[in-house]
Design a protein around this ligand. Sequence first.
Ligand SMILES: Cc1ncc(COP(=O)(O)O)c(C=O)c1O
Length: 338
Amino acid sequence: MIIDLRSDTVTQPTEEMKSYMMEAVLGDDVLGDDPTVIELEKKAAERFGKEAALFCPSGTMTNQIAIKVHTNAPGEVICSDLSHIYWYEGGGIAFNSGLSVRLIAGDRGRFTAEDVKKNINADDVHFPKTQLVSLENTCNKGGGCCWDQNEVNRISKLCKAEGIPLHLDGARMYNAIVAKGIDEKEFAAPYDSISLCLSKGLGCPVGSLLIGSNEFIYKARRVRKVMGGGMRQVGLLAAAGIYALEHNIDRLSDDHENAAKIADVLKDKSFVKSISPVETNILIFELNDDVKADDFIKSLADKDILAVGMGHQKIRFVTHLGIGDEEMEELLSVLASQ
Ligand SMILES: Cc1ncc(COP(=O)(O)O)c(C=O)c1O
């Protein structure tokens, strides 16, 4: 049995999800007539109280499309110094949209409306015009932590007053929604656009949704096409998304409980220096200096437990629907014996 904690992207579609996919009615989504894609997009937009949605191949693409649509180079994006759009999208902000980035060093990926205010450039030809603020909830590199919705609302109010759109990289937003017990529409209200990944904790093999106004999604569809993200009989994959939205949300609390259980075992181990507070399904801990991260990862891999390093002696474990009772039992016993 392999216990794969590298990411929640490793989830395999369940038999039920696969059967649902096989029954999907298909069309040509580039021509706009795949009924299953239309159904998924409509359902997603409704859930979040927005007008429209667009099904895309990846979360990188939904984020990059959003940045492109909201901005017009030259200009600047404000985001956290831990954000995925800055670290892990291959420099796409510069490559696709020609923008500079203003990084805010906040609290594990979160910052305040005052931080945003300080980083909005004055209207002066020397400065790149601030054209977008982007948040990430939950924040991956911040250890799956959740934003305080009141602070998000304050940032949104400031952005509106300044005429700057607010985007959410909500790759794992359902983890935040479940952990905070917040209503989906209330959660989504502050944002002009949202990217939601179906291929992470929600368990789909592929796919992300970009959600926003009719006008925004109309423009996003053009950018998706030019990025090569138009897919044809893709209702097959959209069906997995419909299934996931109907079946795989409430169970995310199991993943959160499992991450907390792992942290509880790790906290007493001599090789652990510190553990980031566990709020959702991501657990980041730091090893003591006498244990090398690469050696630790290898020793786990020798016992069929897979994890990734996050630099600076940090290790990340991510729980997901592939980590059930059996996997947890084995994992906790291996960790306890380390
Ligand atoms: C916070 C966050 N945003 C965006 C993405 C990008 O998603 P994808 O791998 O589908 O491009 C990821 C992927 O891990 C992520 O963790």
